[in-house]
Design a binder for this molecule. Sequence first.
Ligand code: ADP
Ligand code: ZN
Ligand code: ZN
Length: 826
Amino acid sequence: MIAKVIVDVPSRQTDRPFDYEVPSEMQSWLEVGSRVGVPFGGRVLQGFVIGIAESASVDMSRIKPIAELLDAVPPLLPDMIELSRWMSEKYCCSWTQALQAMIPAALKGKEEKKIGLADPSDTGMLPDELADWIGKSDGLVKLDALLARFPEHVTAVKQALGDGTLVQQSSIKDRLSVKMVLTVFLPESRLSLEQALEHIPARAAKQREALAFMYEHGESMPLQDMVQASGASAASIKALVEKELLVLREVESGRDPYADRNFTRTKPLQLMEGQQAVFSRIAEALEEGEGRTMLLHGVTGSGKTEVYLQSIQYCLEQGRQAIVLVPEISLTPQMVERFKGRFGEAVAVLHSRLSSGERFDEWRKIRSKRAEVAIGARSAIFAPFERIGLIIIDEEHESSYKQEESPKYHARDVAVRRAKQHGATVILGSATPSMESYAAAKRPAQGGGAPALLPMPERVGGRPMPEVEVVDMREELRGGNRSMFSRKLHAKLQERLERGEQSVLLLNRRGYSTFVMCRTCGHTASCPHCDISLTYHQKTRVLRCHYCGHAEQAPKECPACSSEHIRYFGTGTQRVEEELAKLFPGIRVIRMDVDTTTEKHSHEKLLKRFGERQADVLLGTQMVAKGLDFPYVTLVGVIAADTSLHLPDFRAAEKTFQLLTQVAGRAGRHELEGEVVIQTYTPEHYAITTAQQHDYAAFIGEELRHRSMMGYPPYCRLVLVTMSHEQLPLLVSVSSRFAAELKELAEHEGLLAPLGSGLPRALEVLGPVASPIARMKDRYRFQVVIKYRGSIDASALVRRALQPFTEGPPQKNVTFSVDVDPQVIL
Ligand code: ADP
Ligand code: ZN
Ligand code: ZN
């Protein structure tokens, strides 16, 4: 039996399966998807079995056996192996990287060196006590532990290693292990309580109580819980264990991050007409089970979540499992509560705020079939379910679904692919769908089926969309108001304070500066290693670079002109908070931004306080725009809408429109009506006027016109290749050669043509040019952008063009980074 193994070495030369012999004792355990330790270049490395064969593709005599099998249950399923293969091709990453993205961090094993006797029956010249100790430790010990224990035997150990009595062995150690909990059990064959009590002296009242408690409670209980619940002391339990009336054993425990919370169970709601229509079509797709993707376009407050919940219910009744993706930021207790409330224990929650142990345990709940619904951020798309029926992606337009480091995958595309494998239905939900998804859903389905667009244009209960007013801040300035609050927003905030209602204020952080500038000469502090301004951290008075981590103390005088007039721009939200305090003495503000949400659960705590009406205003960045549902919020204010409009990003208008629509949707979701005030310097911009009207169709019409004119997605697709090196001349020459190689390959296949040429399959190669961030970590950066339309496999083209640069002798370390369907071009 031969296993094909992808070994965990991140280099392009070794990015292929290697053959290993499967020792006979592993044969009945090893499967496609198993994680193994294999000898590789003198070390033992972790690898994944991606195939099993009868015979090897190379000379049998050169094949080594697998050193160890790392898990009893393979962490990956065969369909995921296939998916990883597809990812490595589509995203031009290594197969290992794709596999690594699919398993929890806890399973990313690392090599550990241990030593043991070459032949257990031959202890050679080793002192007995030392040999005994090794024997007691399962025959293998860590060298440093051995030397710490027997410092006097260093020479003997050295000698034994030298003459081969002791040998060094490598194995893979997981970053984290399963947590074991001491648990009290009733013995399997047990006496009745009366009989058992006869074995306890009458004066040992505590023991008698503890035993009675256990008989009443049932089979088993963690020791700690039992001590707490029964008031018994550990000593009395120990005495009972000695009498064999109770048994104490370690059992594997799940760290349930939600263990101490109670979720009120909720029943399905009677669906509204619009919800019912949409639900029926989803149920139909679930029945067909043909791997369809549908776009649920529902305005904010239209009741999308209830549709998700009932669709999941339907899917579970079919005996299949469901994955729900939500943006990291929406994984608030509110959202989790809605799912746990409906499906209870069957829900596993995966997000980055959990410790890696908690994540691992939630993941094992899925793998061991204790959970049937996984809800989580991007990487939850890899939940190891065997029969997926439904994948829901809420707020599908969110850019956080794209991973920005390798593998640079988009969870939406991976979801569509995984759904095809399982015959599962994909529901993309949003009030403001991405251009790409909207265009795809509008296209008539193949075979004349209905287009996959599911509209829910009305709010639940016929509630009106909030009234949106746009305030021209230029007018304010002309009218002598230099504050960051317009007179209108000021008045409305005052009103809310008087009525005891709540407000949400959004500051679009992307536009607000946190930098340092000299007011005399205009010098700004920038990173010495990257072409980017340093960010000012007010708390520590440190200037930091976001890209390379460079940090320096904020200067007292300008390094360029020695002027003392230095202006520090703190985080925008801090300034707004200060101004609020000045304008409305006594106002209670909760500020939510990167500074106030660094601690675990801080995000949740802040929202909880706001929900309990312990504050009048929730002030924050993008974080406050999403998913919140508070009944007393009747005012939403946007401090400066256009700060994100003028960024060099072809999605700037789309992102602005989405953000405004999302945040406006936080107001008036319940009985009380809501109002929205948007402050802007460009009130005539279509992203703002259409957001004011809640008119997605008008926005998209205008935006599509722009995209078509400029040749941007969804009218074409993009691949961004960024190259970097310390030496500019070398980078210039390598990047030009790469672009030429690409053009030649495209030309050869008859693809190279301007996008406007009318050719159904056309591809353009733009560049090389310096990247917008031209230097990072002391390396210069150049980019090539490939624009194409039609069914071209651009990834394959890029992989082929890369070959001469990555195979053979390394090209003096020019780094290539490929981003397929990039979100930003930086
Ligand atoms: P969305 O996610 O589309 O913004 P939600 O799912 O949060 O909207 O729903 C908005 C509100 O309407 C929630 O408070 C929800 O409980 C309520 N709701 C949803 N569906 C129904 C229904 N069928 N009957 C009554 N209330 C509903
Ligand atoms: Zn200066
Ligand atoms: Zn830097």
